[in-house]
Write a protein that binds this ligand. Structure first.
Ligand code: DGJ
Length: 396
């Protein structure tokens, strides 16, 4: 009898759990509310600054990000939230010295973020690259000390053209609070081959035509991608530029790092001194590796890059790469994420590294495509490895 009662109560519990899970899913779908908690600004609204960047200017943190509508996939522009660091608050306590990352919401959640509105807005003039209906993703802001200007770079997709334009937009402001004035949009490095390519490399890339391959992902297709088939295809019009970030090397030069070649290869392109164009020097990283959402930072005399795979708005396992310099030899390591949910990057996809001196945090978006504005955030503190780290046998 007792056994029957135990079985009955177990069945009942299982039923409650299933019903709860179903009910939760149903409510999530109906209310358009993702399951991670919202991050409220000082007005009590969820922060709408996705795929963004957080930079410190003086004693203020500036968080720029995608301002997304409650419904749909187009853009409102770029939003700004700020947080003034109170005097004597210990900044980023407990940081150590190498990349292993654990979920830790405190970097974002401990701060009272003030909504400062849109610093770059889409416009209503027909034909403008940032005409309402366009897609602005992953804005990143550089402070150009020499020019005393703030330069914003962002992934731009033109109105009504899905993701085919694959351009980068530039905007400029005299101060961190904006407004930013749209400068221009382009594809990087038209008419220029990657740095260090020989005549033989160029001839090899030119030998392949995408139309020669009826199917993608076959061994010969992969080889052609690695040999630069898409670099050659886009040589005249400029290289595709989608998910992106910016990176400052130890000499102080800025680089635009982006998913190129149909999201199959990351490119790192050196920016001119004014940060509004390209010097023409660019490198391919992990050709054919299919990496997106690049996040770069310097640590322990190396440059580290954490990327995601390409699964749209769905999370996947992070990938990590390191090199002595951006033009150096890149080695792939396992994902640096540790702890529960690490295998899918805690449900998130990298947005930026927040750097303050030698301290680094990794900030990521938990996408909620039913209502992109409601997408949540994850932060991880970057700590030193506490285990032996095998390298993955991929080297580029
Ligand atoms: C994944 C990218 O990382 C996002 O920024 C966005 O472009 C989505 N893909 C669109 O599907």
């Amino acid at each position: 009898m007792r056994t029957i009662r135990i079985i009955m109560s177990l069945l009942l519990m299982a039923n409650i759990i299933t019903t709860d899970a179903q009910e939760h899913k149903r409510r999530e779908a109906a209310a358009d509310t993702p399951s991670r908690p919202a991050l409220n600004d000082t007005d009590g609204n969820h922060v709408n600054a996705h795929g963004g960047c957080i930079i410190r200017v003086g004693s203020t943190w500036y968080w720029y990000g995608e301002a997304r509508p409650q419904r749909g996939f187009t853009s409102l522009g770029v939003s700004l939230y700020t947080y003034d660091i109170p005097t004597r608050e210990p900044l980023l306590p407990g940081m150590l010295d190498g990349p292993g990352m654990r979920y830790n919401p405190s970097f974002l959640a401990d701060k009272k973020w003030v909504n400062r509105g849109l610093v770059l807005e889409v416009v209503d003039s027909a034909g403008s690259p940032i005409e309402r209906g366009c897609i602005i993703e992953r804005p990143k802001v550089i402070y150009n000390r020499r020019a005393r200007k703030f330069i914003m770079l962002f992934h731009l997709e033109l109105k009504g053209r899905g993701y085919e334009a694959a351009q980068v937009g530039f905007a400029v402001s005299d101060n961190a609070e904006g407004p930013f004035v749209f400068h221009h949009a382009q594809r990087p490095n038209a008419g220029i081959w990657p740095a260090g390519w020989t005549e033989a490399d160029i001839a090899l890339a030119r030998k392949h035509e995408p139309s020669d391959f009826a199917e993608w992902w076959t061994a010969p297709w992969r080889k052609a991608v690695e040999e630069g088939m898409f670099v050659a295809r886009d040589f005249e019009q400029g290289q595709m530029s989608r998910d992106m970030t910016v990176y400052q090397d130890r000499r102080g030069r800025w680089w635009h790092v982006y998913s190129s070649e149909e999201n199959l290869t990351i490119h790192a392109a050196e920016l001119t001194e004014d940060c509004l164009g390209y010097t023409g020097r660019y490198y391919r990283i992990a050709p054919g590796g299919q990496n997106e959402a690049p996040v770069l930072f310097n640590m322990n005399d190396k440059v580290w890059m954490v990327c995601s795979g390409c699964t749209g708005w769905e999370p996947n396992e992070a990938r990590m790469f390191a090199a002595d310099s951006i033009s150096g030899k890149w080695i792939q390591y396992p994902s640096p994420m540790r702890g529960e949910g690490a295998e899918r990057t805690f449900g998130a996809q990298g947005a930026c590294a927040v750097c303050d001196g030698d301290n680094v945090w990794f900030v990521a978006d938990v996408w909620f495509p039913r209502s992109l504005a409601q997408s949540r955030y994850v932060s991880t503190e970057v700590r030193r490895w506490d285990e032996a780290v095998p390298t993955i046998p991929h080297m580029w």
